[in-house]
Design a protein around this ligand. Sequence first.
Ligand code: NAP
Length: 258
Amino acid sequence: MNIHIIGGGNLGVAIALGLANYTTGNQLTITRRNTAQIAHLAANGITVSGNNIENIANADMVLLTIKPYQVDTVLNEILPHISNKIIASAVSGVSLETLHQKTKGAHPIVRIMPNIAAQFAESATCISFSEQNKVAGAQVVALFNQLGTAVVIEEKLMDAATVLGACGTAYALRYIRASMQAGIEIGFDAPTALAIASQTVKGAAKMALDEKIHPEQLIDRVTTPQGCTIVGLNEMEHQGFSSALIRGIKTSLQKIKE
Ligand SMILES: NC(=O)c1ccc[n+]([C@@H]2O[C@H](COP(=O)([O-])OP(=O)(O)OC[C@H]3O[C@@H](n4cnc5c(N)ncnc54)[C@H](OP(=O)(O)O)[C@@H]3O)[C@@H](O)[C@H]2O)c1
C-alpha cells in the first residue's frame, strides 16, 4: 500500500518507523511543516515532505497523526486533491461522525488509537469504523495487526482506549522508572537497574498475554507464604498502589472528555 502519514510528530514517526521496519511492500510518506526534525527517516526508505498534498493522489491510505486543532486546516488542504481514500485518524476526541461530516462522506473513515510502541511492532491499537466502512476498517486492522495487536472496539470506548492503551505507555514507563529508582537504592547502577526493571515488566506482560489468565493467578506463583514478595506487595497496596493507578486512569479519562 501507498501510505501517506500527515503529522510527523511522536506518533506519526513511531508508525512510520514501525511500518518501514516490520512490514513489507508499503510505500511510505510522512509530512510535517518543520521537516528538519524527521529528515533522518529518509534513511529508512520513508519519503519525508513538508508538503501535505505532494503525491497524495497516489496514496491508498491517509493516516492523520495531528493534534485535534490541526484537523480543519489539514483537511481543507488535502480534500481537494484526493478522492475515495481511506482516511485513518489517530486524532483523539474527533469522532467518526465529525470526520464524515468534514469530509462530506466522500472517504471511508476509520478511527485508530495506536500507541508509540508501534515503532517496535508492539502497539495495542484500538480501531473503530462504521458498518458501511467495514472493508476499509478490515484493511486498517490488517495493517495495525502487523504493528502489534489491533482490536476493533465500539466508538463510544475510544476515549477509554486512548487512556488505557495510549496514555498507558506513560503509566507503564513510570512504573519502570520507580522500580529503577528503588533498584539503585538497593545496590544496582542505573543501566543495570533499568535493564532488570524493563525486562521484568516485559516478561510479566508476555506471561499475561500468552497465558490469558488473571494476573493474580500469576502473582500466586511468585508469592511464597510469609515471603519477601507478598510483604512488599502488601506494603505497596497499603500505600495505595492499585488505587493510585485506578484513580490516575479515571482522572485521565475525565480530562479527555472535557
Ligand atoms: N503520542 C502518542 O502516544 C499518541 C497516541 C495515540 C494517539 N495520539 C494522537 O495523535 C495525534 C498526534 O499526537 P503526537 O503526540 O504525535 O503529537 P505531536 O508530536 O505534536 O505531532 C503532531 C505533528 O503534526 C505536525 N503538524 C502540525 N500541523 C501540521 C500540518 N498542517 N501539516 C502537517 N503536519 C502538521 C507537527 O509538526 P509541524 O509543527 O512541524 O508541522 C507535529 O510533528 C494527537 O491527536 C494525539 O492525541 C498520540
